[in-house]
Design a protein around this ligand. Sequence first.
Ligand code: MG
Length: 161
Amino acid sequence: MPPYRIGQGYDIHRLIPGKPMMIGGIQIDSPVGSEAHSDGDVLLHSLIDALLGACGLGDIGDHFPPTDERYKNISSTVLLQHVLPLIEQTGYRPGNIDATIFLEKPKLGPYKQQIRENLATLLTLPLDCVSVKAKTAEKFPPVGTQEAIAASVTLLLHQAS
Ligand code: MG
């Protein structure tokens, strides 16, 4: 077994009025939210894809098909909690995670620390092993024109010992 595995995930959702905006399991005060089958949490979806990818376990759509009614409006935190034991079974555990959120509005500065703390709790990681960054898209579409929200996650898994 190699000592380390690396994973990356990316996700983007259309923004529509009247949906809650969830990022990293935290609700953001916003008039728009992700159009999605689940709660549309781009950050947790990217994280799930990075975890699955690192272990060669497919992607989020393989595990939670959007056609499956069981996952309608489901909290992405619940999806993550389904995935974490699968990762544990491979003998690896997260070492650190580096995440970037791409969103024009609202500004995420006031939420970054809360999101970071929640990810650290969900992954049982010390806070300094979790990074959450936020970027706008300089008004370029679709993120910059406020039509979409996106996120990307890179993480390292190491052998659990
Ligand atoms: Mg998604």
